[in-house]
Design a protein around this ligand. Structure first.
Ligand code: ZN
Ligand code: ZN
Length: 323
């Protein structure tokens, strides 16, 4: 064995000592020293179904004053962020939580194929289920807690508070104002480290063909997001250790479309083009990026921040966010 080979072997041995014994996706060998981040908690907020043209794509930013005036300076906004799969609620959320697009049933009758960030994180961290939460206005999103994969089915599932009374599938859609009360209670009581929140508006009002309630839904969720951000900053457990993503499951049809803002579900630009805002202690502040990114990249970035194995996800880490 020549000297060069010895050095390479030594490097490989040291590399394997410094990293955990997990398998990494795409055969990529992790760097010799695992990165350490300040982030210990992640909160993903999904605002259901606004079009980009009424969120950051509205040049006057009329409906999201908190994002414009307070939050934008704290993190990064993406101007080219997409749902590149099926543009319905359950498939959109599934792309976010599993890092895989699939044509999943949208009624709550089917669970995702692949294990979620919740399951992977709970397994790797050994944390109990009170540390990972799904808090959703739509009862049908309880399906995000489980998956079909036989290695994961019924295992490492997060706690759930979905739909009316938090009672899950079949309970119906809960008002966002009531979901917000549950968010405050659960964050204060359990201090979960990994949380996904869904607000049903503005989607619900869009389907009722109520333009003014649809816009109110965007304004109200903008305010809820701002209040969640303030809760994080004022909580000793969360402050300076928590990363927040705010995004959408899908948009809605473009104005030229037969149904316009009332509906969604195809691959028109209105349905696919959505918003992403990301902020946290490891991310740059005040960026507005035109990089092309998509829903599946969120889970990859969460796995990077919280250092868990996530080889089943198809997304890429959004490196441009990091300091
Ligand atoms: Zn909808
Ligand atoms: Zn469409």
């Amino acid at each position: 064995m020549n000297f060069q080979l010895i050095i390479i072997s030594l490097f490989l041995v040291l590399s394997s000592c410094n990293t955990s014994d997990e398998t990494y996706g795409n055969g990529i060998i992790p760097s010799a020293t695992p990165k350490s981040y300040q982030t210990e908690n992640v909160i993903i907020v999904v605002i259901d179904g606004p079009r980009y043209t009424e969120t950051w794509g509205d040049t006057l930013h009329q409906y999201q004053p908190r994002l414009l005036n307070s939050l934008a300076a704290e993190g990064t906004i993406y101007t080219n962020f997409y749902n590149n799969g099926v543009t319905y609620t359950n498939p959109g959320h599934t792309a976010i939580t599993t890092g895989n697009y699939q044509a999943l049933d949208n009624t709550g009758q089917a669970i995702p194929n692949h294990a979620s960030i919740f399951q992977h994180w709970l397994k790797d961290s050994g944390a109990d289920s009170s540390k990972a939460w799904l808090i959703t206005s739509k009862d049908k999103l309880q399906i995000l807690a489980n998956c079909q994969d036989s290695l994961w089915n019924n295992s490492f599932m997060p706690s759930t508070n979905c739909g009316v009374g938090g009672n899950g599938l079949g309970s119906g859609y809960r008002e966002d104002s009531l979901t917000f009360i549950q968010i405050q209670r659960i964050l204060n009581t359990h201090h979960p480290k990994l949380t996904l929140i869904n607000f049903k508006e503005p989607d619900a009002s869009g389907h009722r063909n109520d333009w003014s309630a649809y816009l109110d839904g965007i304004r109200n969720t903008d305010e809820y997001v701002f209040q969640i951000w303030n809760m994080i900053q004022n909580d000793v457990v969360y402050a300076n250790k928590t990363t927040m993503f705010v995004t959408n499951d899908h948009g809605r049809h473009t104005d030229g479309h037969l149904d316009g803002f009332i509906s969604h579900g195809d691959d028109c630009s209105g349905c696919r083009h959505i918003n992403l805002f990301a902020a946290g202690p490891d991310f740059k502040k005040g960026q507005i990026l035109s990089s092309n990114r998509e829903q599946v990249d969120i889970s990859a970035t969460v796995a990077e921040l919280m250092s868990f194995e996530f080889s089943s996800g198809k997304g890429e880490v959004m490196q441009e966010l990091f300091k």
